[in-house]
Design a protein around this ligand. Sequence first.
Ligand SMILES: Nc1ncnc2c1ncn2[C@@H]1O[C@H](COP(=O)(O)OP(=O)(O)OP(=O)(O)O)[C@@H](O)[C@H]1O
Ligand SMILES: O=C(O)c1ccc[n+]([C@@H]2O[C@H](COP(=O)([O-])O)[C@@H](O)[C@H]2O)c1
Length: 190
Amino acid sequence: MIKIGILGGTFDPPHLGHLIIANEVLNSFDLNEIWFMPNQEPPHKKKLNAIKDEDRVKLLKLSISEHPNFKLELIELKRSGPSFTYETMKILKERHPDKQFYFIIGADMIEYLPKWRNIDQLVEIVQFIGVNRSTYNQKSSYPILYAEVPNIEISSSLIRSRLKEGKTIQYMVPESVRNYIKEKNYYGSQ
Ligand SMILES: Nc1ncnc2c1ncn2[C@@H]1O[C@H](COP(=O)(O)OP(=O)(O)OP(=O)(O)O)[C@@H](O)[C@H]1O
Ligand SMILES: O=C(O)c1ccc[n+]([C@@H]2O[C@H](COP(=O)([O-])O)[C@@H](O)[C@H]2O)c1
């Protein structure tokens, strides 16, 4: 069976935290690929629309370009409304009967898992892998696997607020992403 890790996210913008957890999980669980899956509307937080969907995709493409096993999955951007993971994973499983899916989440999402749409059915069709994230609790009563990753205190909100304040984001996102954000003046950067 081909083993695929899915990293679902808003990626507004993508940052090194995303890349590091993806790479750690890829190697620790001997997965074949990681698919980065940007959502249309995050079910649990407000969509900011600071940049367009195609801009998030462009930044993601730049972010993953250096890793041969990192791929993009755009299924959720082709569907309108909130991107409920259960709906998405049902379709992906039908499309790829030869693949086993692992859904990667940070500890902030582990805490939120009881509120996910159809969570009891979802844990039957995908294997969750939870990674630690700063102050959040990593333990869950759901059947998830755990990966220990270096604590990365970087978030998309931190990147956005630093750009707004005119602070540098060097070494927090790939250099190509930093240059592109600067060139396009995204998130109030100059
Ligand atoms: N630094 C990090 N450490 C561990 N997990 C992370 C980290 N950053 C993001 N994740 C996980 O990656 C997934 C996608 O995250 P998302 O794209 O929402 O980024 P974010 O940094 O959490 O964004 P925001 O700050 O806007 O809420 C989520 O499961 C999240 O928990
Ligand atoms: O299906 C749900 O109810 C659900 C609730 C919250 C988050 N998710 C998914 O979890 C992933 C991480 O969310 P986010 O918004 O932190 O990027 C992303 O793929 C979301 O669509 C899914």
